[in-house]
Design a binder for this molecule. Sequence first.
Ligand SMILES: C[S@@+](CC[C@H](N)C(=O)[O-])C[C@H]1O[C@@H](n2cnc3c(N)ncnc32)[C@H](O)[C@@H]1O
Length: 300
Amino acid sequence: MIEDRIDGATLDGVAATCLWTLRNRAEESRHPGSVFADPLAERLQRRISYDYARFGKPDQIHPLRAAALDFALRAYLDRHPAATVVALGEGLQTTYWRLGRPAVDWRLGRPAVDWLSVDLPPVIDLRRRVLPPEPRVTSIPASALDRAWLAAPDPARGVFISAEGLFMYLERDDVLALIADCAARFPGGQLFFDSIPPWLSRRTLKSGPRGRPPFSTSPEGTDNSGLRLSAGYTVPPMPFGLTVSEAARLLGRIPGVAAVADVQPPPGRGAWRPGTLRRLANLPGLRDLRPSITLVTFAG
Ligand SMILES: C[S@@+](CC[C@H](N)C(=O)[O-])C[C@H]1O[C@@H](n2cnc3c(N)ncnc32)[C@H](O)[C@@H]1O
């Protein structure tokens, strides 16, 4: 059956970044040398018409981050099979399906996982149009910073929160306050998030020529500053940067944080294979200059 195509250009600003990460996962899934499989992402990318070339060349960073999330989430659900998963800023992520639809385990007589997908209203609207409905997946069209979603999961069943590609778009104080609220509300839970280093954050904030405000408010292709993926696309400002060392210091700084782990993405192709580059990226002097993935465990 040929499905109607849906116009992705209804998204703009930070909401449109979910098309960038979707494109990267779908392209990696199609790559003959890849071990990352996400047929639903491929289908979504075909279904949503958009000028994906504006995101520049496909990059493995997003599919490898997704694979790292899958791994962490599987491990948590093995220990907490009735947990609630809260995917903050979920975009068009298809983790639920890559994990084999964990909520349908009730057919096997096991307790079921509940899944909350939190994102801005235009993104949730698109998610609802393109993804298959699932009885135990609830979409919440709201900011992750709006604390209403914290009341939904039952803390006693276990809670795993993902914030994949989200925190860099928020302000530092807001992120730290949100982590503290999650730690207080969900003892024994885990939070998975990724960060860019502060030098990269600063680059995204650079003002455009002639003092114009940077990025999304100016007509595309006219701004020569910031982090450009192509002549036609500059990523929205990312005000929050965090080093690996700063992430480690969340333990002790935020009450209720019991452990902080620097998560290594799984091996990819080319430069992302295990080898010299990875070893370099973990040297003490260089570790704080690279993007990172952090898994926080809350005291139980
Ligand atoms: C780079 S995309 C990542 C999407 C998805 N997590 C992934 O990895 O493909 C960033 C997402 O964060 C969402 N977002 C930005 N600010 C948000 C906020 N305050 N609350 C909830 N979602 C937000 C955007 O709408 C977008 O879907």
